[in-house]
Design a protein around this ligand. Structure first.
Ligand SMILES: Nc1ncnc2c1ncn2[C@@H]1O[C@H](COP(=O)(O)OP(=O)(O)OP(=O)(O)O)[C@@H](O)[C@H]1O
Ligand SMILES: [Mg+2]
Length: 174
């Protein structure tokens, strides 16, 4: 994957990547990547299959420990990742999944509000396996929203959905 053009406004930078490299065995996937994302910006990575989009996203998310030693990766601590599959815990209800790991006062109400925002009222106590694929992805989106992340990373989260649901989900995310 080639280097991405830089923007210059560093004071508002939320993500700042410099000279990031990542290789697997003898295959170099990311080569001297520079990327700046400012607050409030919505950035889409485009590239052919296997070009390194997910590899870059995992590095930015902090999920690739081996990418850490190369270059500079400066990202907000409060970040949230949406994957292609919802990755809900099957043994926890919808609202438990949304509020997973959060114990502050009012979390239940915030989780309920997030479920309303993704148009899933009344599904609080449902089990993930009783939901459709699109509904499960909406629960995953609610789980991200409830954390009020400073950076939301999404790796083709709606690609497994049918075309109409995907359009609705894209509008919802925007
Ligand atoms: N853990 C790994 N071990 C070895 N090779 C890997 C690993 N992760 C990714 N790769 C390789 O790095 C390259 C980029 O993969 P990546 O998943 O980043 O592509 P992508 O741009 O997200 O593709 P797609 O559009 O198909 O999702 C691929 O050739 C892949 O085989
Ligand atoms: Mg990918």
């Amino acid at each position: 994957m080639a280097a991405v053009p830089l923007t210059n406004n560093r004071s508002r930078a939320s993500v700042r990547i410099r000279n990031l490299r990542r290789s697997f065995a003898n295959q170099t996937v990311l080569d001297a990547i520079d990327l700046t994302i400012n607050q409030g910006e919505f950035v889409a990575l485009l590239g052919r299959s296997g070009s390194g989009k997910s590899t870059l996203l995992r590095a930015v998310a902090g999920l690739d420990v081996d990418a850490k030693g190369s270059g500079e990766i400066d990202v907000p601590d409060r970040r949230s990742v949406l994957f292609q599959d919802s990755r809900l815990l099957p043994w926890s209800t919808v609202i438990e999944n949304v509020s997973l790991g959060l114990y502050d006062a009012g979390i239940r109400e915030r989780a309920r509000a997030a479920l309303l925002e993704v148009e899933l009222p009344g599904k609080e106590n449902a089990w993930p396996k009783t939901l459709s694929g699109g509904e499960q992805q909406r629960v995953a989106l609610a789980r991200s929203l409830v954390r009020s992340p400073d950076l939301l990373l999404a790796d083709e989260p709606f690609s497994a959905l049918d075309a109409l649901t995907r359009i609705r989900m894209q509008r919802l995310l925007a």
